[in-house]
Every structure is written in C-alpha cells, then in structure tokens.
Design a protein around this ligand. Structure first.
Ligand code: ADP
Ligand code: MG
Length: 247
C-alpha cells in the first residue's frame, strides 16, 4: 500500500528549477534514504510533501488523499488533514524554546485533537520513555544536548500518530558523538515498521536501516534501489562520483 505517491513534481524559485520531474512512491513500512549533494533539492522535496513549500506542477498523494493534484492544491481544511498524517523532524530541531520538553510534545495535540488531557499526557510520557528522556520532561530545550533535542523532536512528531515520518538531515547539526543516540531511536522506529523518508549523509545508517535509497542530483532522481545494490553497484557516473566522495 502506498503511503505517499509523488508524480512529476516540479518546483522553481524564480528562474532556478529546483525540482525537475520528481516521481516516486513510498509504501507502508518503507524506510527510504534520500541521498545527494548539497543543493540537489532534497530539503525542498521533503518540505513540499508537508506543504512548507508549494510546488508548481505535479501531484502529491498521501494515504489516498491528494495534497495537490496536477498542480492544483486541495482546500485548506483538506490540506491540514493530509499534512497532519506526516511528522517532520528538522536538522535544527525546531523545538519551542520557551516550552518544556513535555509542553513541546503536548502543545500540538492539545490544539489540534479533541483528546482528553490525561490521554495526551499519557502519550507524551510513553513517547519520552521510548526516546529515553523520561527524566527530562520538565527541562527546557536550552538545557538539553543536541542529541536529546533531536530525540524530543522525534517524540513530538510521533505525538500526532503520523502515517509517515520525514527526517531532513536529523544528525547533521550534531557533534559526532551524539549522532548514535539519534540514529538508534530511528533504527528502533524502523524495527517497529514506522514508514520513514530520511534525507541523510549517514551512509552506514542508510545501508543498515533503509530498504530503499534514492539518489538525487540537480533537482532530479538519478537512480533508486535497494541500498545494497545502489551503494555497491551504482549505474550512473553521477551516483558513483557522489558515493566515492561519501563512503
Ligand atoms: P538540499 O537540501 O539538497 O541541499 P535544497 O532543497 O535546500 O537542497 O535546495 C535546492 C536548491 O534550491 C538550491 O540551489 C538552493 O539554493 C535553492 N533554494 C532553496 N530554498 C530556496 C528559497 N527559499 N529561495 C531560493 N532558492 C532556494
Ligand atoms: Mg537540505
């Protein structure tokens, strides 16, 4: 079953064509690693899926509902419903600095869902335990390490029970010794069959955890396949050159 279907997606900033003709599907339980050089359009692609950017043409369908079909966006109520099925984790965490960890997790569900407070609190306690941060519930983001902040961001994204989690270079802003704890949480989610798209430079993680890798360059998907194949037997020179620099 497809969770996300993207077809013929195009996006420009002025004269700069950033996404050229992007087509791919993500099936339930897939872990898709998106790799490619800086400036190739990875973030723009991910941000388009959650409507942080608007595309110029093409279609994005999430769990059977069109966010945008042939360049025409759905009504705002429908867009809200569709984007709420996706959780996003950013490179720079994007936590609310004036809220505690627990408040960061609970604020969106409180505003968006008609759920009783005690259930929301139970869920945030469960998710903080899952990411190993039960003891930091009342801390403020400024008093957390980068790895802890990113684990909070992941727990916060999970609060909305998303069909899919999107990660944009979740460990790129972290000191090397803190990347492991974040990758471990993501690996654990994959083992629980969470559907994920992960833009990453962590080739080890991509190989170990992803069941599909997509290589993007210059606004295009150059090739995709199982990481075992793509990493060991890339078909295109651009992929080979990138992998030679990255592995
Ligand atoms: P990646 O995430 O692969 O590094 P991006 O999606 O961030 O690539 O960027 C793709 C291209 O789009 C780059 O050339 C970048 O400079 C350009 N770009 C990204 N955001 C904007 C913007 N808001 N305005 C103009 N150009 C942008
Ligand atoms: Mg990026």
């Amino acid at each position: 079953m497809s969770i996300i279907e993207v077809s013929n997606l195009k996006k420009s900033y002025g004269d700069l064509e950033v996404l050229k003709q992007i087509t791919f599907d993500v099936n339930k339980n897939d872990v898709v690693a998106v790799i490619g050089p800086s400036g190739s359009g990875k973030s723009t692609m991910l941000r388009s899926l959650v409507h942080l950017e608007e595309i110029n043409s093409g279609s994005i369908c999430v769990s059977g509902d069109y966010l945008v079909k042939d360049g025409v966006y759905s009504k705002s109520q429908e867009i809200k419903k569709i984007t709420s099925k996706m959780g996003m984790v950013f490179q720079h965490f994007n936590l609310f600095p004036h809220m505690t960890v627990k408040e960061n997790l609970e604020v969106a569900p409180r505003m968006l869902k008609k759920q009783p407070a005690h259930l929301i609190q139970q869920q945030s306690a469960d998710l903080l335990e899952k990411v190993g941060l039960s003891d930091r519930a009342t801390a403020y983001p400024a008093n957390l390490s980068g790895g802890q902040k990113q684990r909070v961001a992941i727990a916060r994204a999970l609060m909305m029970n998303p069909d899919i989690l999107l990660f944009d270079e979740p460990t790129s802003a972290l000191d090397p010794e803190l990347t492991g704890e974040v990758l471990q949480v993501m690996k654990h989610l994959a083992e629980e069959h969470m559907t994920m798209i992960v833009v990453t430079h962590e080739m080890g993680f991509a190989k170990e955890v992803a069941n599909r890798a997509i290589f993007m360059d210059n606004g295009e998907i150059i090739e995709s396949g199982h990481p075992d194949n793509l990493f060991t037997n890339p078909q295109y020179d651009r992929t080979k050159a990138f992998l030679n620099r990255s592995l």
